[in-house]
Design a binder for this molecule. Structure first.
Ligand SMILES: C[S@@+](CC[C@H](N)C(=O)[O-])C[C@H]1O[C@@H](n2cnc3c(N)ncnc32)[C@H](O)[C@@H]1O
Length: 255
């Protein structure tokens, strides 16, 4: 580790090496890892009430490890999954098991009550995200929930671009419409049972959304829907989408 600042536009630098470098860093480059506080993740993702003693959790994208450690302190049984071996090395002594992202298809079936992905999807291509969601869904228990956060551009023309530059993956600037994510989830074999906007950042021209993904046989919404009219509308649109209705255009997709 040479302490060198990396240039995200350097196309010779593979995405795995980008993350490994930052996780091995001496603290100067923590910006990319973020260190979201548990309460800034669990409440917006609407999973706090599910995280009890004995809850089996898959935490995807460990960053600085704050949420992972807090889950263990709560008495949850925690598995951690990350793209970077250095990230997993820092928390392997506190969790039950670690998984490299490349090995996601080896996750045990019917195991997790909750899977969490916060500030990770915006670093992933559609192909990577679809394949990760597709591997996590069968690893959920029948009533398990995969809580996924993703970024959306307020200028809808910026969302769902067909090609994703390596620089955007590194910077975490991959943005998607809710309708597009619903289609990726559909293609992954899951269903969205809840969705809400959890952050607005007009200064960056973006917003954050969260969705709950379940196995297709999951029969009912996992949590109370947002009380807002917009939240109820988004939920109704998702139900219509999963029923095959092409409402995606209403949600801002250009496809
Ligand atoms: C921006 S940090 C987010 C950390 C934490 N979840 C939070 O909310 O603060 C992104 C984390 O995801 C990991 N990561 C990046 N791409 C990933 C992938 N394809 N699968 C799993 N983890 C990934 C990175 O190594 C890093 O630990």
């Amino acid at each position: 580790m040479d302490g060198r600042a990396l240039d995200p536009s350097d196309n010779d630098l593979h995405i795995d090496d980008w993350w490994e470098h930052h996780h091995q860093g001496d603290g100067n480059y923590k910006l990319w890892l973020t260190g979201s506080r548990p309460e800034r993740v669990w409440y917006p993702l609407a999973i706090e009430s599910r995280l009890r003693r004995g809850t089996v959790v898959l935490n995807i994208g460990v960053g600085l490890g704050h949420c992972t450690r807090a889950l263990v302190q709560r008495g949850c049984t925690v598995h951690a999954l990350d793209i970077a071996p250095a990230a997993l090395a820092k928390i392997e002594n506190v969790v039950t098991k670690t998984w490299l992202a490349d090995n996601v298809s080896a996750l045990p079936a019917n195991t997790f009550d909750v899977a969490i992905s916060h500030l990770v999807a915006q670093h992933m291509s559609d192909e990577q995200l679809t394949s990760q969601i597709g591997a996590v869904i069968p690893a959920l228990k029948p009533d398990g929930v995969f809580a996924l956060q993703f970024g959306t551009a307020l200028d809808v023309r910026q969302n769902d671009l067909p090609t994703t530059a390596l620089e955007a993956l590194k910077m975490g600037s991959v943005v998607r419409s809710l309708g597009h994510v619903a289609r990726l989830v559909d293609a992954s074999g899951g269903q969205i049972v809840w969705a809400d906007r959890i952050g607005m950042f007009p200064e960056y021209g973006s917003a954050w959304y969260a969705v709950h993904i379940t196995r297709p046989d999951f029969p009912r919404p996992t949590t109370k829907r947002s009380g807002s009219v917009a939240g109820a509308l988004r939920f109704a649109m998702l139900r219509a989408l999963s029923a095959g209705n092409r409402l995606a255009s209403v949600l801002g997709s250009r496809r």
